[in-house]
Design a protein around this ligand. Structure first.
Ligand code: AMP
Length: 481
């Protein structure tokens, strides 16, 4: 099947070819002809299936073939795309730039507080809150909308944004085409679809069809306190190009990053508490594999469109089984081969069961992962230096080296303390002499202190190494069912 066979016009197929897309995906084959015919669409498909192009291509073609009615409206919009997150909005905007390059239509992305329209626009991509904000201030006129797309409706539901969406829809003309896409179709989404869609074409792309095809999956059973040690062990044992580690909470993501950095493994967190700019910078660095490990919450990861993600590690199991498919889907783009690894503690076994029910198969148990203390440390992919130095593991120094280092640390202090004195205008030869004497006395005192410190530190190290949670033999338990 070729894109041209779907009834797409020359400007569109040229743009598709320029974007490097050759064969339409299943959702595109099914949805594009229906949408081109003007039908409403209810699409059950997840990110990674090509659903953006499935609604963008017919939308572009239909808008470029009709002349907008002459509205004396200042900020009118002809097509509206509502999406849950700013990242998704920006990615959709990029696809419109690419696929609409020969259509002569204008589009804008509304994501940041304060964003506004300077004039009328053909296509507006927005999150519900930004759109309502602008609408309340009279910055956008929705009375001329011809096409509405609601993207990732189940995620909007999770974020309690459906009431906002309904408020937006109440401002739109009844005579319009509506396309609703959702990875899952819970009751609330079906009810919304019943209200806002007219005899839609119902298209369902089974979630397992794509995500699990090319991805090897495994599960390791581990106790909760030992998860970090197992994660470090796993990362040390495997060659990782780019890995996303999923945690359930923002704090969890930050904590895992701190722990990885302590072990000399470079990682960054991405979650909703970071600003959009910070998230985009993190994402840009991850795209360049600097660092190669991203620790993410599901919401933040929803918009991640990064090629060559080699591994997905489920540090926490998701509460909804569909979310597992979304996570694994991060690697399934363009048929890339990947590996999904799940760390399951006892309390998470029911969640694993629901995932396996959805997948309609058992995830094999990983019996190869070794406890942390038995690992060769050479298998980790060579990592280039991080922009900000991360704490590195150093070889254990000898006792003499420890003493020298400790002495050096403490002797530096009087020098830096003396600095303001010497640089001060109050400095006199007397003062310098006095400082010199003080230095000599202090140096001998500090040597004694250094020895004491080294002893205390080595005692503390022994104590803390006892506390470090290291998975014991058999921590990666076999499946007990
Ligand atoms: P989406 O499901 O819209 O998030 O798309 C995921 C990725 O698939 C994007 O990076 C698209 O560029 C890519 N994509 C969309 N359609 C196709 C296609 N027909 N062939 C290959 N890749 C595609």
């Amino acid at each position: 099947m070729k894109f041209a066979q779907l009834g797409l016009s020359t400007p569109i197929t040229r743009a598709i070819a320029k974007a490097g897309l050759v064969t339409p995906t299943p959702i595109q084959v099914l949805a594009i002809p229906e949408a081109l015919a003007g039908r409403d669409v209810l699409g059950a498909a997840e990110t990674g299936t090509g659903k953006t192009a499935a609604f963008a291509l017919p939308l572009l073609q239909r808008l470029s073939k009709t002349t907008p009615p002459r509205h004396p409206l200042l900020h009118r919009v002809r097509a509206l795309i509502i999406t849950p997150t700013r990242e998704l909005a920006l990615q959709i905007g990029q696809q419109f730039t690419s696929l609409g390059r020969y259509c002569g239509l204008t589009h804008a992305t509304l994501v940041t507080p304060g964003d506004r329209l300077l004039r009328s626009i053909d296509i507006l991509i927005a999150t519900p809150e930004r759109l309502l904000d602008l609408h309340q201030h009279g910055g956008v006129d929705l009375r001329a909308v011809e096409i509405l797309v609601i993207d990732e409706a189940d995620r909007l539901l999770d974020m309690n944004r459906l009431p906002d969406v309904q408020r937006i829809i109440s401002q739109l003309p009844l005579d319009r085409q509506t396309m609703l896409y959702s990875a899952t179709l819970p009751a609330a989404i079906n009810s919304l679809a019943d209200v806002i869609l007219r005899e839609p074409a119902r298209i369902r792309i089974p979630p397992t069809q794509k995500a699990t095809d090319a991805v090897r999956q495994s599960v390791s059973f581990v106790s909760r306190p030992q998860k970090t040690s197992l994660l470090v062990a796993w990362l040390n044992q495997h060659h990782v190009d780019r890995a996303i580690v999923f945690t359930r909470t923002k704090h969890g993501a930050d904590r895992v990053v701190r722990q990885l950095l302590t072990c000399g493994i470079r990682a960054e967190a991405i979650h909703g508490e970071k600003t959009l700019a910070a998230r985009q910078e993190t994402l840009a660095r991850f795209k360049a594999a600097h660092p190669p490990i991203l620790v993410a919450t599901d919401l933040a990861a929803r918009g991640i469109d990064v090629d060559h993600v080699s591994h997905v590690l489920n540090y926490d199991l998701p509460l909804e089984p569909e979310t597992y498919i979304h996570r694994v889907g991060r690697m399934a783009k363009a048929g890339a081969k990947g590996m999904a690894v799940t760390f399951c503690d006892d309390s998470e076994r029911p969640l694993l069961k629901s995932i396996e029910k959805l997948l309609r198969r058992e995830i094999p148990v990983d019996s190869a992962t070794q406890p942390l203390d038995q690992l060769p440390r050479t298998k980790l992919a060579p990592l280039e230096p991080a922009p900000t130095p991360a704490p590195q593991r150093k070889p254990r120094p000898s006792q003499a080296a420890k003493e020298a280092a400790a002495a050096e640390v403490v002797t530096r202090k009087p020098v830096s303390r003396a600095k303001p004195v010497s640089s001060s205008h109050r400095t006199s030869s007397k003062a310098i002499e006095a400082t010199g004497k003080t230095k000599a006395t202090e140096r001998s005192r500090t040597k004694t202190q250094a020895k004491a410190k080294v002893e205390t530190r080595s005692k503390r190290n022994t104590a803390s190494s006892k506390k470090t949670p290291v998975p014991a033999r058999g921590a990666v338990a076999s499946r007990r069912r």
